[in-house]
Design a protein around this ligand. Structure first.
Ligand code: B12
Ligand code: SF4
Length: 468
């Protein structure tokens, strides 16, 4: 019997993406695979028959007490980075040490939940084993991004840094914190070789917050890929103030075809308000430089930021429409628990949704000066104006390299078009159905009362179990 079962929570693609579900991004659960890798390396084997449920991740790390209060199913929570915590936690479950002696936990006591001292950040990331890809039964086949987000298949996701020193007030950094730590270029190159050799991976998505943070290390990674003539194409995420012409040129030669930038809004006032630390001039320069290097740009924006006016949202959409970005992603602003902006959010408007609504496609915050309907409409309009342009459709079609991608692309178009024509009238019903289906499987009969482990066969895009 397995001692540890790692469960990727069964969230339906509707709950994550609402009517954009056909564009869903099915990415392997990197954090859980890190935990599977370290526990396997530590040789955790002894069986323990009474099932206990531990939770971790960004949300629990942001609001541990409230999460434990709302969900009595969880016995213990792991706050912050998990690789050391999980090993020590398993030792505590086996009775080899006390739970109180494990840093980074939230435990249940007679007077409610209480925390142990904070978990220290890992200093040397290179000591981590590679993610336990082999425990994902259908990897890499089922892990595919939306049709317009990959050049080739199979795809794998990786990250090469942890933490981000920028101060954006809407951002949740409760797991990895504000100090950036790096995997060395050698480690990253070896991880890529492993994915190519053992899984035939041909495309990578680097999900670091800012992969280009250390110029020297970035050059070393790109040069390694070029020198070894790795057959790999890739995309990454960065900030507009962390790229230059030389970096972009070498990235292109190493196989990079798209860089996503968090642009947030095209209003200098709002950029300052959210402490983005960039300005429009720099945004323009970075986008032009990236184009010049032959790399596509994707801009992430938000609609409904606190203090954002209707004119300012319109300015943002106009900015994106004026040739500046090849791909545009706009989401509704969400005051995620634990973010600096969430602390005094009430002074800027009304919070109308709860945690399960926080998927960035539903209105959960209405800034002063807006109604929920106006915001929803402005968000849908922004999407429609960008995605319905012949220029956008042609450029997406130009990227499609396989039948699978074409089918996915057509399905996305049909679903989104349907929603736009019929105005999302069925959203509430769809939500209720998705949740009912989800919770029907919550408590399989064979589990003891205190433990609730979602059934593995649940209808979700990413629900997988990894057993060590
Ligand atoms: C890649 C990514 C995605 C991918 C895929 C995620 C996946 N399958 O793993 C996609 C694009 C699908 C995605 C979607 C969304 N994402 Co996202 N995503 C990320 C990103 C950039 C990296 C996640 C990652 O792989 N990290 C690396 C691994 C190693 O870290 P980790 O998962 O946190 O796991 C560590 C610890 O948390 C801990 N741990 C985790 N679980 C457990 C369990 C136990 C028992 C223990 C002991 C420890 C433990 O140990 C792990 C190793 O240290 C993060 C930002 C970031 N820097 O983390 C945002 C982030 C997690 N996403 C976020 C959000 C908001 C979303 C969406 C809601 C947005 C949307 N609608 O599009 C959805 C929700 C998806 C969902 N299923 O819940 C927020 C979460 C905010 C919050 N407070 O909850 C983040 C933090 C971004 C941000 N800064 O705001 N995301
Ligand atoms: S939004 Fe991006 S740049 Fe800003 S703090 Fe978060 S990860 Fe860093």
């Amino acid at each position: 019997m397995a001692e540890l079962v790692l469960v990727n929570p069964p969230l339906t693609s509707w709950e994550q993406y609402c009517y954009l579900q056909q564009t869903s991004n099915n990415v392997a659960p990197l954090g859980l695979m890190n935990l599977a890798a370290v526990t396997r390396q530590a040789g955790i084997k002894a069986a323990n028959s009474s099932i206990r449920v531990a939770i971790g991740g960004p949300h629990l790390s942001a609001v541990p007490e409230e999460t434990m209060r709302r969900y009595p199913e969880f016995d213990v929570g792991a706050i912050g980075e998990g690789e050391v915590t999980v090993l020590e936690l398993m030792a505590a479950f086996r009775g080899e040490r006390t739970f109180e002696s494990v840093n980074g936990l939230i435990l249940r006591g007679e007077d409610g939940a209480y925390r142990t001292p904070p978990r220290e950040y890992l200093d040397s990331l290179d000591h981590l084993p590679f993610q336990a890809w082999d425990l994902l039964e259908e990897f890499p086949d089922i892990y595919t991004p939306p049709a317009h987000s990959f050049g080739r298949l199979p795809v794998a996701a990786l990250y090469t840094t942890r933490g981000c020193p920028a101060q954006c007030t809407f951002c949740s950094k409760n797991v990895f914190g504000s100090r950036i730590r790096f995997f060395s270029a050698d480690y990253v190159l070896e991880a890529i070789r492993h994915l190519i050799k053992d899984y035939g991976i041909r495309e990578l998505k680097f999900y670091d917050d800012n992969m280009t943070f250390s110029t020297e290390r970035f050059y070393a990674i790109c040069e390694g890929m070029i020198q070894e003539k790795m057959d790999i194409t890739w995309t990454c995420v960065s900030r507009v103030d962390l790229v230059n012409e030389e970096m972009l040129e070498i990235a292109k030669r190493a196989g990079c075809w798209q860089i996503s930038y968090g642009l947030e809004a095209a209003s200098p006032r709002l950029l300052k308000f959210v402490k983005k630390g960039t300005n429009l001039e720099r945004v323009r320069q970075a986008l032009l430089m990236t184009h010049k290097a032959g790399i596509r740009t994707r801009g992430y924006y938000m609609a409904g930021l606190p203090t954002q006016t209707k004119e300012e949202l319109e300015e943002t959409v106009q900015f994106a429409l004026k040739e500046y970005v090849d791909d545009f992603q706009i989401h509704l602003f969400v005051p995620f628990p634990g973010t600096p902006i969430s602390e005094d959010i009430e002074q800027y408007g009304e919070v109308v949704g709860d945690w399960h609504d926080m998927n960035k496609h539903k209105v959960v915050f209405i800034p002063h000066g807006w109604t929920a309907e106006e915001l929803d409409m402005a968000y849908s309009n922004a999407l429609r104006r960008f995605y319905m342009r012949p220029k956008t459709v042609i450029s997406y079609l130009g990227q499609i390299r396989s039948w699978d991608a074409l089918v996915k692309f057509v399905k996305s178009g049909v679903t989104i078009g349907w929603h736009w024509v019929f105005g999302g009238r069925s959203d509430a019903k769809h939500d209720a159905q998705a949740r009912a289906k989800l919770h029907a499987n919550d408590k399989p009969e064979h589990l003891p009362e205190h433990g609730s482990v979602p059934a593995p066969s649940h209808n979700t895009s990413t629900n997988k179990e990894a057993r060590t």
